[in-house]
Each structure stands twice: as C-alpha cells, then as structure tokens.
Design a binder for this molecule. Structure first.
Ligand code: GA4
Length: 330
C-alpha cells in the first residue's frame, strides 16, 4: 500500500493526512479497477468514491434538513430520545447504552422506517414536515444503497465469487436490517482543543457509506503503521467502510476499518452514514468459494441477530469480532 502524505487543511502544522484509495464510478469497472478495490478492502477496509451518481440536490436537501433539525431547542430534540431497547431517535453525547460518550448529537433512524416511526418528531416537526423529512431521508437512502450495491457487486466480481449479488442481495432483501445516522459535531467552545467526537470502533454491518460536510475529523487506524491518520474531508465524495460482517463473509480477507471522529473545535461537522445490514435471521459466514472447507472458517457460526445483540451490549471500542473468532489450534 502506498501512503501518500500531505498536510491537513484544517490543521496544517500538526496533522499528517493521507490520500485514501479511490474508486471512480464513472470509469467502467475493468479487471484492474476491481483488483485495486479488492486490495483497498484487504489493506485498509476503507476507500473514497468519486463520480458516485448520487444527485447533488438529494445530498444538499438532506444536509439542510439535518441542520434545521439540530438547530431546534435541546428540550424539543430530547423529546425524540429513544425508548430502549429501541435505539432509534435523538441522542446527545451518549452513544449506545453502555456509557460511551462523544462530542456530538445525532439522529439514529431505521433505514426501513414506517411513517409511525417519525411520530416521535412531533415536538419538532408538525405532521406534514415529518412526512417531508422522511421523504428526503428515504430518497437519500435509496440513492446511497444503490451505490453500495454497485460497489458490493464489483467486490464480489473482484473476488471471483460466482454469485455477483452474494453481498448486495443482503442489502436488497426486504428484511434487511440497515440503519441510518445523522451526526452533528458542534464546534467546541475551547477553540483548538481536540475532543473525541465519536470514539474508535468498527462498524458491525456489511458496509457503511459516509458523507460529511467539508470539515476535518474522520480518522482511520492504519494497522501496518500502528497509528491514526486523518482523512481530508471532501463533501463531494463518499467514504466507504468495510464492516465486521463483510470481514467475516470474506473469511478475514477484507478488514473492517477501525475509525473515529475528532472534533477540532473550529467548525461544526455534519455527517450522514448509511449502514447496510443483512436480515436478522441471516447466517454470517464466509462465502463457500472463499474457504477450502467449512473447517477453514476463522469464525464460529452466528446470525446477524446474535452479532447485533452482542454488539449492542458492548462498549464502542471493544473488539466485537474477537468473541466470534475460532481459537487457533496450537
Ligand atoms: C457503530 C456503528 C453505528 O453507528 C451503530 C452504532 C451503535 C449506536 O450508536 O447505538 C453502537 C456502535 C455502532 C457499536 C457498538 C454499540 C452499538 C454503539 C455501541 C456502543 C448505529 C451500530 O450499528 O453500531
């Protein structure tokens, strides 16, 4: 892997950033491009997508709705807090149910929502506005899901998996368990101080598609170099994370990327992330063509329901997949 370095536009003196592998969706996916994409998932579990085909007006509309939502009084937003065990709704500083905190507020939404799911936003939106907001979110999810499936199909082809839709069919399944997240990292009052916006973690799902405004903060952990590295922001592009489930389906060949967000104080950051997840009943296991025999799987058998249940009981930084790894025979 070639790590090119350049200075970060937000913090030119202290930060080193690197240019992530690039997927240009306007280019026809030939053998070499598919191989480069597979390599990015093996080396990093992370890459950037340009010429993605997601209409600009859809992105802009969602960004302005997100900003409008977060600009409401705290007391109104807090009325849309989740009712556990359901994780969906508005959250402020606290992440998950096990004591993790970050410098952010967010909206966590079911990617396959019903109009009823948006009723909790009535202190913020009157009925018509909630319907409109749901429409904007759904249009955005539809567009990024299409892109995610196109990428997953390129990856299946690159891995020479016979079934081109081996990964994408899980997102396309009616029962898919995908989630959507809008994050707002406010500027910190103490300019210059670096706060943890969203602590280090890997995403449990198959694939995550992230878009943010032009604000620094996203960092990924480079295993080979044992260090965090900043990703220069690009509001015209998307960033893709390999999730834990895709790592398992490729028998550890792809790496789910450890990442975090630091809030650098100066500017507010708004990000929108689609987490493509399989149906709850889906068995998450290496694709047969990626292992020699069943015994060669690096992982114990589990369903997405079982993995998700464990994930939601864990702390953000935990190595969740570790619990499902087979102990190597000595
Ligand atoms: C990380 C990826 C997604 O943002 C998320 C997160 C979820 C949450 O915020 O409630 C989790 C986290 C994420 C992994 C471990 C558990 C669950 C917080 C947490 C401590 C929505 C997801 O699916 O898993």
């Amino acid at each position: 892997m070639v790590v090119q370095s350049k200075t970060c536009p937000c913090n030119p003196i202290t930060e080193q950033t690197f240019i992530p592998p690039l997927l240009d969706l306007a280019q026809p996916p030939d053998e070499a491009r598919r191989a480069a994409l597979v390599r990015a998932c093996e080396d990093l579990g992370f890459f950037k997508v340009i010429n993605h085909g997601v209409p600009l007006h859809v992105i802009q509309s969602l960004e302005s709705h997100a900003k409008a939502f977060f600009s409401h009084p705290q007391s109104h937003k807090s009325q849309a807090s989740p009712t556990p065990p359901d994780p969906f709704g508005y959250g402020h500083k606290s992440i998950g149910l096990n004591g993790d905190v970050g410098w952010l507020e967010y909206l966590l939404l079911n990617a396959n929502s019903s109009p009823d799911d948006y009723r909790k936003f009535s202190p913020i939106f009157p009925a018509d506005a909630a319907r409109h907001f749901r429409g904007v979110v759904n249009e955005y999810i539809g567009a990024v899901k299409k892109m995610a499936c196109e990428i997953l199909e390129m990856l299946a082809e690159g891995l020479k998996v016979e079934e081109r839709d081996a990964f994408s069919k899980l997102l396309m399944d009616e029962q898919n368990d995908s989630v959507f997240r809008l994050n707002h990292y406010p500027p910190s009052s103490d300019g210059g101080e670096e706060l943890i916006g969203f602590g280090e973690h890997t995403d449990p799902q198959i694939i995550s598609v992230l878009r943010s405004n032009d604000t620094c903060g996203l960092q990924i952990f480079l295993n080979d170099h044992h260090r965090w590295i900043s990703i220069p922001p690009d509001h015209n592009s998307f960033f893709i994370n390999v999730g834990d489930s895709l790592q398992v389906m490729t028998n550890g060949r792809f790496k789910s990327v450890r990442h975090r967000v630091v809030a650098n104080g100066a500017k507010s950051r708004v990000s929108m992330i689609y987490f493509g997840g399989p149906p709850l009943s889906e068995k998450i296991a290496p694709l047969p063509s990626l292992i020699k025999g069943d015994d060669d799987s690096l992982y114990k058998e589990f369903t997405w329901f079982e993995y998700k249940k464990t994930a939601y009981k864990s702390r953000l930084a935990d190595n969740r997949l570790g619990l499902f790894e087979k102990i190597a025979a000595s």
